[in-house]
Write a protein that binds this ligand. Structure first.
Ligand code: NAP
Length: 532
């Protein structure tokens, strides 16, 4: 979805505000004008002080790389708006992918135990007030800039992309991000109530718009029998029960391009296609024109990955052809790929919920390697019949949220930067850096954040070596003082997170499962108190 003009205006205003902030830094006798420091100024006795904003994989890999590069001459405070760290490792990786998240969580656990790192959870920095969880302590970015030589922003891509087509607000139409938050047990923003669960018993048909890995995660969880894998996972018990009782049996992935341009990765596609008992339906041509076939024959890792996706689909179709006809099974689960189609409207069903998706045709034009969507799209002749859907998940990607006082590129949903140093126009803002999806957009797997963090930390090191980091006039955050100044609230340290983690594991063990996540912010804080 292109960002609308109102948002573009907001962004211009943000940039104007930033410029005026930059000017006030320049003309006030403010803290950031103090002489900058060279790397040699940092030592174990007088370490480089860095605040990392966001304790997801990007922020934690950045902390990890800072320790690696500066060794004893660094102290890192990691601030997180939720009462728990780990970001998408905890609230993004699908519960049937525990093998992916467990080793990463263990590595970050060791990092957070390092005495050079301090975790401060439940503090919301430089965020739109509406995005702050109810329990979180607000903390302006300027307060960090006055206390740390460098601030590394790692707040991710928090806003789900929507489509702007009629009917998107109907009950039963939700973003894939909301669905992922539900099945991973995200507490949401309010103290006592998690976001409402999706209705999975409204009918047999679900449509997922998009074909990235998030779309595949959602389709897989809707189609996978909840027993035994999910039941043994860290998905909340209520989620496992809802998925087990779900009446969804047919999932259609609505893909606006051909199979030659799928956004997902072959491994994830193979896993989805291999679900036991799943029937696959798709046009055997996979929406491929000669130019798309030619695109698939290109060299390079991207073309290779896409070729493998097409091969996975063809192999699954061949398996279907080879299989003996099966007796009708009321519980049969099927997956359809509809290529070169987009939703043009979501239509209400009898109960006022979504009942169908009106489809429009798409076409690709341009030579191999530069295939793009034809605009305007072709008219479907004859018109395409609506697709039944009692649940629609829009999985069209995400983009970052602007942070107060930080330049923001509203078209890309990212912060402008040069190798991780935040830019205002063409000039780097002293001491301000970014990492992860806020820096490079929502692309790549969790491990991609390591390389991204290497680059940002190299920019911090370069600024330190060249004496471009400002000298903060105030000491690092004192949590006690912060709470006194705020007149109350809670901050959770690594010990508090450890207590919450242990309490969740104990709650899970009582049910024979690895973990039962606290369901609300209030419950997270209560769990953290149990042994803290
Ligand atoms: P994504 O990979 O960018 O995919 C977004 C999908 O939405 C694409 O299919 C895109 O189609 C489609 N889309 C965008 N705008 C649309 C519109 N207006 N109408 C219809 N379709 C539209 O994003 P994601 O799936 O959210 O994943 C984000 C990142 O996380 C990715 O790098 C992904 O690999 C990663 N991830 C990895 C895993 C894993 O490793 N297991 C799991 C989850 C996520 P076009 O291609 O036509 O733009």
């Amino acid at each position: 979805m292109a960002l609308d003009s109102a948002r573009a205006r907001d962004v211009m205003m943000t940039r104007a505000r930033v410029r005026s902030n930059a000017l006030s830094f320049a003309f006030n006798s403010g803290p950031l004008l103090s002489p900058a420091l060279a790397t040699s100024a940092f030592s174990a006795a007088a370490p480089l002080r860095v605040a990392v904003v966001g304790a997801g994989p990007a922020g934690l890999y950045a902390a990890d790389r800072l320790l690696h590069r500066f060794r004893d001459a660094v102290r890192v405070d990691v601030l997180e708006r939720l009462p728990a760290p780990l970001g998408l490792v905890r609230y993004g990786v699908a519960p049937d992918h525990g093998a992916t998240s467990a080793p990463v969580a263990a590595r970050f656990g060791r990092l957070l135990a390092d005495e050079r790192v301090r975790l401060l959870c439940n503090a919301c920095v430089a965020d739109a007030p509406s995005a702050a969880p109810a329990a979180a302590l607000p903390l302006p970015l300027s307060a960090l800039q006055a206390r740390y030589h460098a601030v590394v922003l790692a707040t991710g891509a928090q806003r789900a992309r929507t489509l702007g087509v009629p009917g998107e607000a109907l009950p039963g139409v939700l973003t894939a991000a909301a669905f992922v938050s539900w099945y991973t047990g995200h507490p949401g923003g309010s103290l006592h109530a998690p976001p409402p669960p999706p209705q999975l018993r409204a009918g047999p048909h679900a449509v997922v718009v998009g074909a990235g890995n998030v779309a595949l995660d959602c389709a897989r969880l809707l189609l996978r029998p909840a027993q035994p894998l999910l039941a043994a996972s860290d998905a909340p018990a209520a989620v496992v029960a809802a998925l087990a009782a779900s009446t969804v049996r047919h999932v259609t992935l609505l893909v606006r391009r051909s199979a030659a341009q799928l956004a997902c990765t072959p491994r994830e596609l193979r896993e989805l296609l291999a679900l036991p008992g799943l029937r696959l339906h798709t046009d055997p041509g996979l929406g491929l024109a000669e130019a798309d076939e030619a695109e698939l024959r290109a060299d390079g890792p991207a073309a290779r990955a896409r070729r493998r996706c097409v091969e996975e689909l063809r192999a699954a179709l061949a398996r279907r052809e080879a299989a003996p006809p099966e007796a009708a099974d009321a519980d049969e689960r099927s997956l359809s790929f509809l290529f070169l189609r987009s939703p043009t409207a979501f239509l209400p069903g009898p109960a006022g919920r979504v009942g169908a998706v009106q489809l429009g045709a798409e076409a690709l034009e341009g030579p191999p390697g530069s295939r793009r969507l034809a605009r305007p799209p072709p008219a479907a002749d004859p018109p395409l019949p609506p697709l039944p859907a009692q649940l629609v998940l829009i999985s069209a990607g995400a983009f970052g949220a602007p942070l107060e006082g930080v330049p923001f590129d509203s078209n890309r949903g990212t912060v402008p930067h040069a190798r991780g140093a935040v830019l205002d126009g063409s000039a780097a803002i002293p001491g301000l850096f970014c990492v992860g999806w806020l820096k490079r957009g929502p692309k790549g797997i969790i491990g991609s954040n390591l390389e991204c963090a290497e680059e940002t930390v190299a920019a911090v090191a370069e600024a330190a070596a060249e004496g471009r980091l400002p000298q903060p006039p105030l000491p690092p955050i004192d949590p006690g003082q912060l709470l006194r100044d705020a007149g109350g609230g809670r901050l959770l340290s690594a010990a508090g997170w450890g207590a919450l983690d242990a309490a969740e594991r104990a709650a899970g063990a009582a049910k024979g499962r690895p973990r039962e996540k606290a369901a609300t912010l209030a419950e997270m804080l209560r769990f953290a108190d149990l042994t803290a």
